[in-house]
Design a protein around this ligand. Structure first.
Ligand code: 1CP
Length: 333
C-alpha cells in the first residue's frame, strides 16, 4: 500500500507522507526553462509529453510521496468551451459565458477537447518513479469554478458587484459543473489517478449562511461520487471559518487545512485524517525556523493520521534547497 493510502485508509499515525501543493511549478528552474519556451499555459497543459515531464520534475529532486498532475482547475471551463487565457502578471482571463452553448455540450466533445490531460495522467501513473507513490488527480470545487466562470478573472483582483444577481444562471452553471466534474474525475481515475483532491480555493469568500448552498451541497455530491469509485478524496475548503462543520457535513476522507487554521484546535474537533497547514512563507525564512515550524506540525499531529503539506501552494520565489530541507526534515522525523 502507498504511504498516502496507509494514512488515509488504514489511519496509520506512524508515517507522515509528504507532497506539496504546486510542487510542479515556478520555483523550479527546470520548470521555468520549459515554461519560457511555451508561453501558452493551456497549450502546455495539453501537451502530454511536457505536462507529464513537469509533473515528474519535483519527484526527481525530492522524496515526495505523490505526484500531482500538472494541469489546472480552469481546464474544466476551457473544456466547456469558455475562453480561458493566462496573461503574464495578471492571471487567468476568461471569456463571457454562453450558457445555451454550454448546456448543449456533450461528454464526447468535452473529453475530446482536454484528453491530453488524461494521457498525461496515464504516462505519469505508469512511470517507474511512481512505484509505491500516488498519482493525485484534482478538480476545482463547483463554487471556486463558478467564481472564475462568472467573474472572468481572479476574485483577488475584484469580485463583480452583481455576482449573485443572476440566480437562474448560477443554478444552471452549477448543474453543468456537476455533470462535467464527474466526467473529469472519472476520466482521471480511469487513467491512473488514485487520490482526488478538490480545491475550493475561494470558499472563504462566502458568508456562513451561503455555505450550504454553494459549498456543502455541491461538494458533498462530488465527494460521494469519488467515494463510489473507491478512490479517497481530499477536500481543501480554503479559509472557511468552520472546518469542523464542513467535515461533519461533507465527510471527505481527508481535509487539507490552510495556514490560518490553529492546528492544536483543529485536532480536538476533527477525527478524519488531516493534511497540510504550514504557511508557504516559512519556506522563505531560514532553515532553523523552517525546521522548528515543520516539527511543530509533526508534533501536534503525532497521534493523528497526518499528510504533510503546506497551507496553500508553494510560492514561486521559494529556494528549491529549502524544499529539499523541508522534505528531509519530515522524512527524518
Ligand atoms: O507559469 C505560470 O505562470 C503558470 C502558473 C500556474 C501553475 C504552475 C497556474 C496558473 N496553474 C498552475 C498549475 C496548477 N494549478 C496545479 C498543478 C499541480 C501542482 O500543484 O503542482 C494545480 C493543482 C493548480 C490548481 C489551481 N489553479 C487552483 C487551486 C489551488 C490554489 O492555488 O488555490 C487555482 C485557484 C488555480 C487557478 C490558477 N491557475 C494559475 C494561477 C496563477 C491561478 C490562480 C489565479 C488566482 O490567483 O486567482
Amino acid at each position: 500500500m502507498t504511504p498516502l493510502h496507509q494514512v488515509i485508509i488504514n489511519k496509520d499515525t506512524k508515517i507522515n507522507p509528504i507532497w506539496i501543493m504546486r510542487q510542479a511549478g515556478r520555483y523550479l528552474p527546470e520548470f521555468r526553462e520549459i515554461r519560457k519556451q511555451n508561453p501558452n499555459f493551456i497549450n502546455l497543459c495539453l501537451n502530454e509529453n511536457l505536462s507529464s515531464e513537469i509533473t515528474l520534475q519535483p519527484l526527481k529532486r525530492f522524496a515526495f510521496d505523490a505526484a500531482i498532475i500538472f494541469s489546472d482547475i480552469l481546464m474544466l471551463p476551457y473544456g466547456l468551451n469558455q475562453k480561458v487565457e493566462f496573461e503574464k502578471g495578471f492571471g487567468p482571463k476568461l471569456g463571457e459565458v454562453n450558457i445555451d452553448e454550454m448546456s448543449k455540450l456533450d461528454e464526447v466533445d468535452f473529453v475530446q477537447k482536454i484528453h491530453p490531460v488524461y494521457k498525461a495522467i496515464k504516462k505519469v501513473s505508469t512511470n517507474e518513479i511512481i512505484n509505491n507513490k500516488n498519482t493525485i488527480g484534482f478538480v476545482g470545487a463547483p463554487w471556486t469554478l463558478l467564481v472564475y466562470i462568472i467573474n472572468q478573472q481572479s476574485p483577488k483582483k475584484k469580485l463583480k458587484e452583481d455576482f449573485f444577481k443572476n440566480d437562474f444562471l448560477i443554478n444552471r452553471i452549477l448543474l453543468i459543473l456537476e455533470k462535467f466534474l464527474k466526467i473529469h474525475i472519472k476520466n482521471q481515475i480511469d487513467n491512473g489517478a488514485n487520490v482526488i483532491q478538490i480545491f475550493d480555493s475561494w470558499a472563504g469568500l462566502l458568508e456562513e449562511r451561503d455555505l450550504p448552498n454553494y459549498v456543502y451541497s455541491p461538494t458533498l455530491t462530488l465527494v460521494n461520487y469519488v467515494k463510489s469509485l473507491n478512490i479517497p478524496v481530499i477536500c481543501f475548503p480554503r479559509e472557511i471559518k468552520n472546518y469542523k462543520e464542513f467535515c461533519e457535513i461533507v465527510k471527505p476522507d481527508v481535509v487539507s487545512i490552510d495556514y490560518n487554521v490553529d492546528p492544536r484546535k483543529i485536532l480536538n474537533h476533527i477525527k478524519i485524517p488531516i493534511q497540510g497547514g504550514l504557511d508557504p512563507k516559512i519556506l522563505l525564512s531560514d532553515k532553523e525556523n523552517l525546521k522548528k515550524e515543520a516539527i511543530k506540525y509533526l508534533d501536534i499531529f503525532k497521534d493523528h493520521p497526518y499528510i504533510f503539506n503546506l497551507g496553500h501552494g508553494v510560492l514561486p520565489e521559494t529556494d528549491p534547497n529549502m524544499m529539499d530541507y523541508l522534505v528531509k526534515t519530515v522524512k527524518d522525523y
